[in-house]
Design a protein around this ligand. Structure first.
Ligand code: GLU
Length: 509
């Protein structure tokens, strides 16, 4: 069938978008762009009891941060709007009524107590399936068992729902692009509620009606929706839309780093990494959950990492921009098995994007952090510092611990390093080196290195006995890039000053 490619991401605004949700959006977006199609954002807010203030804005902001561009949606509008289900209420009612007229659905008047009693009875009778279905519907209070007059009277008087009349003992066979053939007997399925007593459709009805009316060509969503697929297919048939129903692809679950169990919203705090794209403050409890953005991830790195959860292009290549991902994305290469989330890999992606950025850009970002610490230094120094340390950092926020000593002289000296590196004769050695350095006219790291070589000639001590204590005086610890590079950046005057201060203040412990 030749049809326009139209994909939708259809989150429910029940809280912050989980990273698994962002991955679903991303895969929809990549597929849409790859096939010159449209990417639609539809807000599925028919369950009013689960509505959370701020969640819709959060979803939109998250997609924007990731660079997932929405073609049609609640803010953008579009030819098939409105794109928020609560604004489409009237539409669903009409289709629920159509299903009743065609005999594919019915009104049910059972109270919660009556439903409980039915389940209890089935349990006592040791029935493994305890649900409203072809077997039990004949014993319940609905428009199939009551007379027309009685049903019409109840419709006016008491709350009711519309249920789908699931056919008995039929084989439903559906093709899923990722999972292959899915087969279910309708006896396993129940008469799902399609329309609720509050006048709102359920997810199932609204979803099918909207996918049809919005001319969705492919439904890509999480594996947790696979059990709903047979019902959805039955609904397409019942509504006479079988020929134009979308193709389906159910994405593998995101698993905890251990591989045991689904990555849940609570895992982030427990396991020490974000599970949300952006920081989220719960409007009711005020509880704050961390986000990738606030943790210092670049959106490109986050996307790239997500794209590789459950998919890869089948080549060695891993660092890919959105454009490159679009070019190579292929639903047939999505894995069936769950994808384990690996925090170290996520950091690695960020590191790769960080070192790929220009020193100017990184210096700019670092300057902001320095200013926040009330440190005001020349861009040229920050630029040099960044070029020296970026290989050792995953995040811009790692820069400080790799480079604080460029901006402040040590006031303390790491006792472990002192113990290991500061010997009886160290002050004497450093004095010797210091006088060599004093003679230098230019203070590049090559000049310093030559001076050290020179100084070592004919001495009974080696490089380590000079360079390690020198680092200790300059840095106050055993960390950082090459010592001569550090000295060069500090400049001659500051280097000599720190050497003297070290000699004066470091006592062998
Ligand atoms: N509203 C559903 C969700 O929250 C959409 C599932 C689907 O894509 O059909 O995930």
């Amino acid at each position: 069938m030749d049809r326009k490619v139209r994909l939708r991401f259809a989150p429910s605004p029940t809280g912050p978008l989980h990273m698994g949700g962002v991955r679903t959006a991303l895969f929809n977006y990549l597929f849409a762009r790859k096939n010159n199609g449209k990417f639609i954002l539809r807000i599925e807010d028919t369950d009013q009891t689960r509505y959370v203030q701020g969640a819709e804005d959060y979803i939109i902001e998250s997609l924007k941060w990731c660079g997932i561009e929405i073609d049609e949606g609640v803010e953008e509008g579009g030819p098939y709007g409105p794109y928020r289900q609560s604004d489409r209420k009237e539409i669903y009612k009409e289709f629920a009524e159509k299903l009743i007229e065609s005999g594919n659905a019915y009104y049910a008047f059972d109270t919660p107590e009556e439903l409980d009693a039915m389940r209890e009875r089935l349990k006592e009778e040791k029935n493994s399936i305890q649900q409203y279905n072809a077997v039990t519907r004949g014993e319940m209070r609905n428009s199939l068992t009551l007379s027309e007059e009685e049903a019409n009277r109840l419709l006016k008087e008491i709350p009711y729902v519309v249920r789908f009349k699931m056919p008995e003992d039929k084989e439903v066979i559906v093709e899923d692009i990722i999972r292959g053939t899915v087969k279910v007997n309708t006896n396993q399925l129940d008469d799902k509620v399609l329309f609720k007593s509050d006048g709102m459709p359920t997810y199932h009805l609204a979803n099918i009606v909207d996918d049809h009316l919005m001319k969705i060509s492919h439904v890509i969503r999480g594996e947790e929706w696979l059990p709903s697929l047979p019902l959805h297919v039955m609904l397409y048939r019942a509504l006479g839309w079988d020929d134009t129903k979308p193709e389906f692809a159910h994405l593998p679950l995101l698993l905890k780093p251990s591989g045991k169990g689904k990555l849940s919203k609570r895992d982030g705090d427990a396991l020490g990494f974000p599970v949300f794209p952006l920081e989220w403050t719960d409007p009711k409890t005020g509880e704050v959950s961390r986000g990738y953005r606030e943790d210092g991830y670049f959106p490109e790195a986050f996307n790239n990492m997500l794209a590789f959860l459950g998919w890869n292009p089948g080549t060695e290549e891993e660092i890919m921009s959105m454009r490159e991902l679009v070019n190579v994305f292929d639903l047939n290469k999505v894995h069936k098995a769950g994808a384990k989330f690996d925090q170290e890999k996520a950091k690695w992606f960020n590191h790769k994007y960080l070192i790929g950025k220009s020193n100017e850009k990184l210096a700019n970002l670092y300057q902001k952090e320095l200013k926040a610490k009330d440190i005001y230094v020349d861009d040229s120094l920050v630029l040099k510092v960044v070029s020296l340390i970026k290989e050792r950092a995953n995040f811009v926020s790692d820069f400080w611990e790799q480079s604080y000593f460029f901006f402040q002289a040590p006031t303390e000296y790491d006792p472990k390093v002192v113990k290991k590196r500061w010997k009886e004769n160290t002050p004497e050695i450093l004095y010797g080196l210091k006088s060599k350095l004093e003679e230098l006219e230019t203070f590049g790291h090559d000049d310093i290195e030559k001076a050290v070589q020179n100084f070592l000639e004919g001495k009974e001590f080696g490089m380590g006995q000079v360079m390690n204590p020198l680092r200790l005086t300059l840095v106050g610890a055993g960390i950082g890039p090459g010592v001569t590079e550090i000295a060069e950046l500090l400049g001659k005057e500051e280097t000599l000053k720190r050497m003297q201060a070290g000699i004066d203040n470091i006592q062998r412990q």
